[in-house]
Design a protein around this ligand. Structure first.
Ligand SMILES: [Zn+2]
Length: 93
């Protein structure tokens, strides 16, 4: 074939005169909005999480939301202790 994308190496290039397939060309344009270093940081933080870490992150976000709801509901009786849901597990990071 000889016309596969120079980046992913899988898909066809947009044309013979382009280096990349449509998606990789888009990626390149998006990534150029930031410095390569910044892009690596962002991608490492967002993409290099395994399923357990993603699950943990989601749980943490849900807890935050629930906490806020409890706080606003208990606005008048602030003497009530909010439930301690913060776990002290250090399995992650
Ligand atoms: Zn590609």
């Amino acid at each position: 074939m000889g016309s596969s994308c120079y980046f992913c190496g899988e898909r066809e290039r947009v044309s013979y005169f382009n280096y990349y397939c449509a998606d990789c060309a888009m990626l390149r344009r998006l990534l150029m909005s930031y410095s390569p270093k910044k892009c690596c940081e962002i991608l490492k933080k967002t993409c290099l999480r395994d399923d357990k870490q993603i699950e943990y992150k989601i749980t943490q976000e849900i807890k935050k939301i629930v906490h806020k709801e409890i706080e606003t509901k208990n606005n008048d009786d602030s003497h009530i202790e909010p439930p301690k849901t913060r776990s002290k597990k250090k399995d992650y990071n």
